[in-house]
Design a protein around this ligand. Structure first.
Ligand code: GLA
Ligand code: ZN
Length: 707
């Protein structure tokens, strides 16, 4: 499925702010020449251009924009047009101070910066409606217009009176206007925090109520709803003038504030901004690239039937990291091609021309202050443009993924907010990425999905630290496994319900103890220097072979194996270990030391036609590789161990598969069993492909019934 039927191939472009250069027509003219030279076929206009578009209230000045759009289009360059609402002109805040956000103590901000409007403010929405309508009336029919880009990087929370009221209304809806239902869900009997009426509920001000964890997670859900409502308001405004122009908004990395799995439904295409921090001393480039691949996969999985867009990335460097280091030669192409390898049909940049002043004047750009095409970065960008043209035929192809990792925003919020474990080591994102990395080492690229997604395409699903269970997830997992799925869960599984109330009767809740054949009784938090190990048993152990642990005289017996009789590889445990009880599953590993010695640490339960796996302790995933291999075998998914630092992913279209190979290291890498015709990069000899440092290759292979 092609995102832009108007364009023959992949999009190469980025944010462009001619509004900052209106007094330099010579520069604007030259820019177009450079764009063409760099193979740039699309620019994003109008991000933050409100003051140029409406210098005073209701005085819409759009001729400059029309002229630039015309000139770009005449030169074969298409346009993504943003609504300018990511930042506000001074006149607006002066006249309508309610547009300015209140901070978490309820104190109103001053005018300035960006991404800081109140999304509930009626006056602000009126002004948004006016500018968006003016833009749509003038440009919705422009032949060069590809898409609307809504605002920019929506984010943050406002604690003003309008927002407080909207919050209370949202709560009334969620709890059926029944304050007792809310009191129960939030466990407000605690510390006498009971409410008599919805009107008493304030936002979780930093100097107010923050102890009700159910409230905290609901607040973030409400903020997601509000941002989505604001985004939909903008979309509806544009579509009231002309329906059917596609829309997107640019998402961010593993952004915390809003649940993108909710927002994703209301845009036509998913786009996101990708800013890897390469060449770190404490993290290898290949790990940095895996983290990025994880994010690409998450955004791809939000609409798995179509390509996504990498809406922003930095030519050369950014200017807002602790150390702003230039990417080494070749790395620009690697980062760009990784997006395509993982399913993006666009390589877009912030920014095409570097601004002369203000806070982003030192941020990387295609065209630098020196103003020439004869720079290292320009040349690397132009090469990327040429290479994207060389693989134009991949446009519209999609990935096919049969393994998935569950990632729910409210699970993340609830887990972080839970006052347990160690705030230093909860590391939910990292834990998910570690599992992703292990699959990628085995040549399998997983999707990253929400627990509410459609699971029918998957044969393996992993649920790292799925602490909070949405309604019905227990049943869904049971059915998935019964019907032949491989489901892997870890410590912290199913502790609470969607309002963060603890599940009663044993974890994992919602009937999952039966699916996994165990219960979790304790979770212990380790100090970094604690020395705990588990032993991967050479033979699966049967719970019937287990004795009672010595210290369990009155409690129900838990499985306890004789350490002297169990042989196998010893593996280090980090951070967390659970004590399991009532185990009926096969035991694949036991703890070796500390007070849980002899009790199960990793289990596998045959359930219906599938298997439910449980990893009760945090370990390095490559230490338990045989478990992944067995799951993949059971699921009938091909796997081969790839060299470390080599990423391989595939995209499919009718009867064709495109294999992408990326060398994410500064050393040459060789990979075997490469087949197909080389579209880009070095050819393979006798199935052997050697990639130079940071090198990329793309191969095309005929396949049957590929989509
Ligand atoms: C974000 C914004 C851009 C710009 C870049 C800088 O992604 O959307 O406007 O500030 O960061 O990296
Ligand atoms: Zn507000």
């Amino acid at each position: 499925m092609k995102i832009f039927p108007q364009l023959p191939g992949l999009v190469h472009g980025g944010d462009y702010n001619p509004d900052q250069w209106l007094d330099r027509p010579d520069i604007l003219e030259k820019d177009i020449e450079y764009f063409k030279e760099a193979g740039i076929n699309c620019v994003t206009l109008g991000v933050f251009a409100w003051a140029a578009e409406e210098p005073t209230e209701d005085d819409f000045q759009l001729d400059w924009l029309a002229q630039i759009m015309d000139r770009l289009y005449q030169n074969g360059i298409y346009i993504i047009l943003a609504t300018p609402t990511g930042a506000r002109p001074a006149w607006l805040d002066e006249k309508y101070p309610e547009a300015m956000r209140c901070d978490e103590r309820g104190v109103r901000n001053h005018h300035g910066l960006r991404h800081n409007h109140c999304m509930s403010s009626p006056a602000f929405r009126d002004r948004v409606r006016a500018i968006d309508t003016a833009l749509a009336e003038r440009f919705a029919d422009h032949p060069g217009l590809l898409m609307w880009h809504i605002s920019n990087e929506l984010g943050g929370y406002c604690y003003c009176e309008h927002c407080k009221y909207a919050w209370q209304e949202w709560l009334r809806g969620r709890y059926h206007d029944d304050i007792e239902e809310l009191n129960k869900a939030w466990w407000t009997g605690f510390w006498s925090h009971r409410f008599n009426d919805f009107s008493q509920i304030e936002p979780p001000y930093a100097n107010g109520e923050t102890a009700l964890l159910g409230m905290n997670v609901d607040w973030r859900r409400f903020e997601t709803f509000l941002a989505t409502d604001f985004m939909r308001f903008e979309i509806d405004t544009l579509h009231a003038v002309k329906p059917d122009v596609p829309v997107t908004t640019n998402f961010m990395e593993l952004f915390y504030d809003y649940d993108y799995n909710y927002m994703k439904e209301f845009v036509d295409y998913i786009s996101w901004d990708n800013y890897p921090e390469m060449h770190r001393t404490e993290v290898s480039d290949s790990r940095t690239m895996i983290e990025r691949s994880f994010m690409h996969s998450m955004f791809r999985s939000m609409k798995p039937d179509r390509p996504f867009m990498m809406m922003e990335s930095a030519p050369g460097l950014v200017n807002w990291k602790p150390y702003n280091k230039y990417r080494r030669p070749g790395v620009h192409e690697l980062i760009s091609m990784q997006a395509v390898a993982d399913g993006s049909d666009t390589v877009q940049y912030f920014q095409l021309r570097k601004s002369r002043g203000a806070s982003e004047q030192w941020h990387g750009a295609v065209i630098d202050h020196i103003g020439t095409d004869d720079t290292r970065i320009f040349k690397e960008v132009a090469k990327t443009g040429a290479d994207l043209a060389a693989i134009a035929e991949v446009t519209g192809s999609v990935a096919k993924n049969e393994a998935a990792i569950l990632y729910d925003w409210d699970n993340r919020w609830a887990l972080d907010d839970a006052q347990m474990l160690s705030n230093e080591t909860k590391n939910f994102d990292e834990t998910c990425t570690n599992i992703y990395e292990e699959f990628m080492r085995l040549g399998v690229c997983p999707n990253i999905i929400s627990s509410d997604a459609d699971w029918s395409h998957y044969r393996i699903i992993c649920a790292p630290m799925l602490y909070l269970l949405h309604d019905g997830i227990g049943r869904k997992i049971a059915d998935f496994v019964k019907n032949g799925g491989q489901f892997l869960a870890t410590y912290c599984m199913g502790y609470v319900d969607k309002t963060t109330l603890a599940n009663l009767g044993g974890f994992p809740g919602q009937g999952l103890s039966e699916v996994f054949g165990l219960k979790s009784e304790e979770i212990d938090t380790l100090y970094p220097e604690d020395n705990v190990n588990l032993r991967l048993s050479d033979q699966p152990l049967k719970p019937t072979d287990a004795g009672k642990p010595e210290w369990s005289s009155s409690a129900e017996p838990i499985s306890c194996f004789d350490l002297t009789k169990v042989t196998g590889k010893s593996v280090a445990v980090h951070d967390y270990e659970e004590l399991l009880r009532d185990v009926t599953a096969d035991v694949l590993a036991i703890y070796e030391n500390d007070y849980m010695a002899g009790t199960p640490a990793i289990t596998r339960n045959a359930y219906g036609k599938g298997c439910a796996w449980y990893v009760a302790a945090r370990v390095d995933q490559d230490d338990i590789r045989p478990i992944y291999e067995e799951m993949l075998d059971n699921a009938g998914i091909d796997h081969t161990l790839l060299p470390e630092g080599l990423e391989k992913t595939s995209r499919y279209s009718d009867n064709v598969r495109y294999d992408f190979y990326l060398n994410c290291t500064a050393e040459p890498l060789t990979v075997e069993n490469v087949s197909g015709t080389a579209l880009l990069g070095p050819a393979a000899e006798g199935g052997r492909l050697t990639l130079p440092p940071y090198g990329v290759a793309v191969f095309k292979i005929g396949v049957r019934n590929s989509v």
